[in-house]
Design a protein around this ligand. Structure first.
Ligand SMILES: Nc1ncnc2c1ncn2[C@@H]1O[C@H](COP(=O)(O)OP(=O)(O)O)[C@@H](O)[C@H]1O
Ligand SMILES: [Mg+2]
Length: 266
């Protein structure tokens, strides 16, 4: 028994060391990846599949208004922002009118993908310091894509996100856009994202291959379920296909997988 405990402990230690190393590496590189002509077919195709899966998992709507999707994950560095930015771009490339909203008012990084400053942004609009026009920017990458950066750091992000102004903003954006993609902070660290679950049509949980603990995915799904969020699926980001699994090589282009939550439960 003791031996098993020691082995489990050693494994946990090894994995957390690996996680720290990866986080340090990512932090040092702090690169922003966006789909472009130079990006491999595999990555673009994975996002296209993800977008298509999402489009069919959203229930058919009676009204003409747009669909709001919240991106979340258990921990920082899982890839929420990367997935949110590229998903928004993918929707825009397929003729939809899209807005990406950075609701990570603590450490939002959407602005960096578009080489913009974060201020003024969402928090400034919600606190009445800026108008919606002032915080809405057109993206150079696609004329159908706009974005709102996170704005000035706020000491009370949860209150900002659960405010009537935020509810009204999501409603207004649904009138103007086909898709509203909302990037939020890590679920297991702060509950900011949960403040908007009732306003959005569904949530997507991002996890990172060989980094995110299954237990953290389960805890995040429990949190979302408790808040009555509709979980549309789980994205496995940064998936490393094994080079020597020759039989599966043809599936390597699924670098970003997408599973329904029934699949995840299995
Ligand atoms: N699939 C990926 N391949 C390579 N690097 C990635 C991938 N997804 C995210 N990253 C990098 O990992 C870091 C964290 O990603 P980010 O999207 O900011 O995570 P989060 O929003 O969950 O904190 C960033 O530097 C990002 O460029
Ligand atoms: Mg982020």
């Amino acid at each position: 028994m003791k031996l098993f405990e020691n082995i489990a402990q050693a494994r946990r230690k090894k994995r957390s060391k690996k996680f720290e190393e990866q986080a340090r590496r990512n932090h040092a590189l702090r690169m922003e990846y966006m789909i472009s002509d130079e990006v491999s077919f595999a990555i673009a195709e994975a996002f296209r599949n993800f977008k298509a899966s999402l489009a069919v998992s959203i229930p058919k709507r009676k009204t003409e208004e747009g669909v709001a999707i919240m991106m979340t994950s258990a921990c920082p560095e899982d890839g929420k922002t990367t997935v949110a930015v590229n998903l928004a771009l993918m929707f825009a490339m397929s003729d939809a009118k899209v807005i990406l909203v950075d609701a990570d008012v603590r450490k939002g990084r959407v602005a960096r993908y578009f080489k913009k400053r974060s201020v003024p942004g969402l928090s400034d609009y919600l606190s009445g310091q800026a108008t919606l026009d002032e915080v809405t920017h057109p993206a150079a990458e696609s004329e159908r894509l706009s974005y709102i950066t996170c704005g000035t750091h706020s000491p009370r992000p949860y209150e900002l996100l659960e405010s009537d102004e935020m509810k009204a903003l999501i409603k207004e954006l649904k009138q103007k856009y086909d898709y509203i993609i909302i990037d939020t902070p890590p679920l297991l660290l702060v509950s900011d994202g949960l403040a908007i679950v009732e306003e959005v049509d569904g949530s997507v949980l991002v996890c990172r291959h060989e980094t995110t603990y299954v237990s953290d995915i389960a805890r995040s799904l429990n949190k979302l379920e408790f808040a009555k969020a509709k979980v549309l699926g789980v994205v496995v980001n940064d998936y490393h296909a094994r080079a020597n699994t020759s039989k599966d090589n043809r599936y390597q282009y699924y670098s970003y997988c997408y599973d329904t939550d029934e699949e995840m439960n299995k």
